[in-house]
Ligand binder design. Structure first.
Ligand code: DQA
Length: 161
């Protein structure tokens, strides 16, 4: 078993995954639990940190209800982060600006959603992110994030040696 690296040590880009949560995801656990499940965002982040530690990568997690803050965080990832896992929430369906920011930093992106958006209202079927992402995981509740993190770590594996 490889030694676990400190979460505070400065990571190489190939060892750091940024996980972004978009608007209203701070309400997970209380928000439409029939659609999004009972797990809170804090619990999801804790599960992600545990998995990251098992997979021997570092992660940063960030949630914002503000499009601009999400974009700033994407910009700040350039050159520092190996891959981005993003659940843009409702911005998935509307934000050209988040799409453009992801294109600008040229990092591999994995799109994650708790719900299967194709089983819901028709306006949720369109994503402005999917065609610029390496792939998409949806419909597995909190597990979608964990699967997306595994996929991100697999993508980084050749660069980590
Ligand atoms: C979501 C799906 C979006 O349509 C919705 O606006 C969300 C959450 C999901 O994770 O299933 O906020 O991204």
């Amino acid at each position: 078993m490889p030694a676990k690296r400190s979460q505070t040590a400065r990571s190489k880009a190939s060892e750091l995954v940024l996980v972004l949560h978009g608007p209203n995801l701070n309400l997970l656990g209380k928000r439409e639990p029939g659609v999004y499940g009972a797990t809170t965002l804090r619990q999801i982040d804790a599960q992600l940190r545990r998995l990251a530690s098992e997979l021997n990568v570092d992660i940063e997690t960030f949630q914002s209800n503000s499009e601009g803050e999400i974009i700033d965080r994407i910009h700040a990832a350039a050159g520092r982060v190996g891959a981005i896992v993003i659940n843009p929430g409702a911005y998935t369906h509307t934000s050209v600006a988040i799409r453009d920011a992801l294109l600008a930093v040229r990092l591999p992106v994995i799109e994650a959603h708790l719900s299967n958006t194709h089983k819901r209202e028709s306006f949720r079927r369109r994503s402005l992110i999917t065609d610029i992402a390496v792939g998409q995981v949806m419909g597995f509740g909190a597990q979608s994030y964990l699967l997306a993190l595994r996929a991100a770590v697999d993508l980084l594996a050749p660069r980590r040696g």
